[in-house]
Design a protein around this ligand. Structure first.
Ligand code: IMP
Length: 175
């Protein structure tokens, strides 16, 4: 099996939308010292671009999740490999995710973080694929709504490859 990748969202458009999202967060979280919980591995490039545009004092922590395995379909089998270390009790928390597909990963992450009684818990995602949702999850902040396509690049992978692409591309498997 080989793959073909076709550019879908250019780097320029990604940057424009991330800039807009940062401006919104700068308004909404002014003087609130938020905690950004970055979901690894997929959100690392998005999070880096977003956070350097935030102008209020903030904390950063990471959660390592595995869900997809090697396929292009959500397994629903979500595992938290590594939890955050920061104390988020009574803090304003923003989860930073690469893509919300079925929503099962975010449900699990929210359940886990809620136990620590944050003051607020919001979700910022680079991509939103609402057509495949099997949960009630609606992102609080989202840069792009996309069709039901498997995408890679800008942090997102296929079999752990393509995370380094500077754009978002649609991946198709070809014989
Ligand atoms: P969900 O639990 O179905 O919402 O899946 C969320 C996770 O699956 C994301 O954090 C991604 O790691 C992965 N994922 C979902 N759709 C795609 C895609 O189109 N390309 C790459 N990874 C994806």
């Amino acid at each position: 099996m080989r793959e073909k990748i076709e550019e879908y969202i250019s780097n320029e458009n990604l940057m424009k939308e991330i800039e807009k999202l940062a401006a919104k967060l700068n308004e909404d979280y002014k003087d609130r010292n938020p905690v950004f919980v970055i979901i690894l591995k997929g959100a690392f490039i998005f999070a880096a671009e977003l956070i350097k545009r935030i102008n209020t004092p903030l904390n950063v922590d990471f959660m390592v999740i595995s869900s997809y395995g090697d396929s292009t379909r959500s397994s629903g089998n979500v595992r938290i490999e590594e939890d955050i270390r920061i104390n988020i009790e009574n803090r304003d928390v923003i989860i930073v995710e690469d893509i919300v597909d079925t929503g099962q990963t975010i449900v699990k992450i929210k359940e886990k973080l809620s136990v620590n009684n944050p003051k607020s818990l919001k979700l910022a995602t680079l991509l939103n694929k609402p057509s495949r949702r099997v949960t009630e999850i609606v992102p609080d902040y989202s840069c792009f709504e996309i069709e039901d396509k498997f995408v890679v690049g800008f942090g997102l992978d296929y079999r752990q490859f393509y995370r380094n692409l500077p754009y978002i591309g649609i991946l198709t498997e070809v014989e």
